[in-house]
Every structure is written in structure tokens, then in C-alpha cells.
Design a protein around this ligand. Structure first.
Ligand SMILES: [Zn+2]
Length: 312
């Protein structure tokens, strides 16, 4: 009996030793292959820019689900908890993601690096009467990503954050960011050329998303709605919009892929104009996602539609 007992003890010790070795092997395997940098980008253009900087060197996901209008979107408790697993959170700032300040202030996300990509950009203050804010509250227009030059600034902010968090892959992030930056420069030159000889200088979009774009190309914009597509539109706004179309013989007004086109269509009919899309790039439709549409593709489509309205 004693010898059986000893044998059993011996077997148990062997199992323990083998088990111990196995777990050591697992740990050493994990050490050899470190996890990639985890980057979460708040909404579509930031996701697209982050993906282009990351290439295959980091994992990028989007925080605000695609297909949802990002203005005034609020995360759920679950969304916020998942964020704890990430290394970098890329956001626009300028009031586009009001939930971010609360996350930072909570102190629960100190391991996450928050990257405000509009930092360093001269923001346009809006005197948006659609916005119900107290008089002393400054509201900025957040739509910098529609200007390719400012988009490049955002790309470089993302690159700096990735290099800082993952210095071993510095060269890769820099090459990717520079290559994408060159494409944004090309887009800028293309827009300048395409819009260099137009009869009109004012376009009429659905919401006030195009101030930076208009400034870059010396254009004017007369939006129907405020800095969010859900801003309230009054009867006076509608009348002024239609009056402007008729007075300036505007033949094309613009709607967006993520809002109901009914209002724009009704106004266009009343003013004898047509409706085209000028995308604010705040998200892609499911079909566009499936087709692999990019920021650069969509901006080129925008310019083609804009040329029709500006009569270039
Ligand atoms: Zn917007």
C-alpha cells in the first residue's frame, strides 16, 4: 500500500511539473509575439485616417458604430467599458464628442492615450442661432476633416500618438503617414484645379459642415441647418433658403446620405432646383463599406457634384 501511495505521489508530482512547464511555455510564447497597438477612433474620418497610418502595424476599430450620425451620439456603459482595453483613443474634438471630457475626468482611463486631433488648428467659432447654448458658451465648428490640408494635420497628430505609444514601429508609422499625407496633398491640388473656373462661388449644403472646406477654396456656403444635421430649422430659415436660391439663380442644392432627403427635395421643387449629395463624411452607408469606399473616393465624388452646382 505504501509503495502504491508513493507511486501515486510521484505521478501527481510529474503532472504538476509537466503542467508547470506548459504554463511557462505559454507565457514565453506570448512574450515572443506582443499584441499589436489597439487604436479606437471615434467616427468615420478619424477611423479612416488611423487605419491609413496604422497599416498592418496596429489594430484600428471605430467607436461610434458606422451608419450612425455622430453628432450628439452618446455611448452606452458597455461601449465605455470596452474602451478600457485600448491603448489610444483618437477623436476629433471641437465639440464633436462631448462625452470624451467625462471619460478623461473620471480617471478610469488613465492607461488610454486620448488624442485630440483638432489641437493646433485655428477653429472657426460659430454664431449658430440653431444652437441652443447660453450666450457666453463658445461653440466651434468641428468639421475640419472636410479640408484635406486640415485632415493632413489630423493624420500627423495620429502618427505622433502611435509613434509615442509604439516607438519600435516608428519608421512604419512615419512612412504610412507621409504616403497618406501625399495623397491628401494631391486631393487638395485636384480640388483647386477642378474648382478654378466656376461661375458661382456659393453652394447650399444641408448642414453647416463645410466652412473649413469653403475657406480653403475661397467659396461661400449657405447651409439650411446648423452645425448638426439635427439642428432645428425654423420657418424663417426655410424661407430665407428658398429666397437665396431664387435670387441667385442657384440650380443645385445639396443633401447628405445619412439624412432624410425629403426636406431638401421639397425646397428644391419649390425653388425649381435639383438635389445632389455633398457628403460630410460623417459615416459611410453599409453599401459603401461593402464596396470599400474611402475618404479620398468620397471627396472626389463631392467635388464632381460641387462642380455641377458651382457651374465649373
Ligand atoms: Zn456635421
Amino acid at each position: 500500500m505504501i509503495s502504491i501511495g508513493i507511486a501515486i505521489m510521484a505521478i501527481i508530482s510529474i503532472i504538476i511539473i509537466v503542467g508547470d512547464n506548459d504554463s511557462k511555455q505559454d507565457i514565453s510564447l506570448q512574450e515572443e509575439k506582443p499584441a499589436k497597438l489597439r487604436v479606437v477612433a471615434s467616427f468615420y474620418p478619424l477611423y479612416e485616417f488611423s487605419k491609413n497610418v496604422a497599416g498592418d502595424k496596429a489594430e484600428v476599430s471605430t467607436f461610434i458604430p458606422n451608419g450612425i450620425e455622430p453628432h450628439d451620439w452618446e455611448p452606452t456603459t458597455n461601449d465605455i467599458l470596452n474602451l478600457k482595453e485600448s491603448d489610444i483613443f483618437v477623436y476629433n474634438g471641437a465639440g464633436m464628442e462631448p462625452f470624451v471630457d467625462k471619460l478623461i475626468d473620471s480617471g478610469e482611463y488613465n492607461n488610454v492615450k486620448f488624442v485630440e486631433t483638432t489641437k493646433g488648428i485655428n477653429l472657426i467659432q460659430t454664431n449658430d442661432e440653431h444652437q441652443k447654448e447660453p450666450d457666453d458658451h463658445i461653440v466651434y465648428n468641428p468639421h475640419v476633416w472636410l479640408d484635406p490640408i486640415l485632415a493632413k494635420h489630423q493624420v500627423m497628430m495620429i502618427k505622433d500618438a502611435m509613434v509615442d505609444a509604439d516607438p519600435d514601429k516608428k519608421g512604419g508609422y512615419e512612412d504610412n503617414a507621409n504616403a497618406y499625407g501625399d495623397k491628401l496633398d494631391e486631393l487638395n491640388s485636384k480640388i483647386q484645379t477642378e474648382l478654378s473656373n466656376c461661375k458661382k462661388d456659393t453652394f447650399m449644403p444641408f448642414h453647416d459642415a463645410y466652412s473649413y472646406f469653403a475657406n480653403q477654396y475661397r467659396l461661400k456656403t449657405f447651409p439650411l441647418s446648423g452645425i448638426s444635421p439635427e439642428s432645428e430649422v425654423t420657418a424663417t430659415d426655410l424661407r430665407e433658403f428658398v429666397d437665396f436660391i431664387q435670387k441667385n439663380e442657384i440650380k443645385t442644392i445639396y443633401s447628405e446620405e445619412m439624412v432624410d432627403p425629403k426636406l431638401a427635395t421639397t425646397l428644391a421643387e419649390e425653388a425649381n432646383a435639383q438635389v445632389l449629395i455633398f457628403s460630410p463624411l460623417e459615416g459611410l452607408t453599409d453599401k459603401e463599406m461593402m464596396d470599400g469606399s474611402t475618404y479620398l473616393d468620397k471627396m472626389s465624388e463631392n467635388v464632381q457634384n460641387l462642380k455641377i452646382g458651382l457651374e465649373c
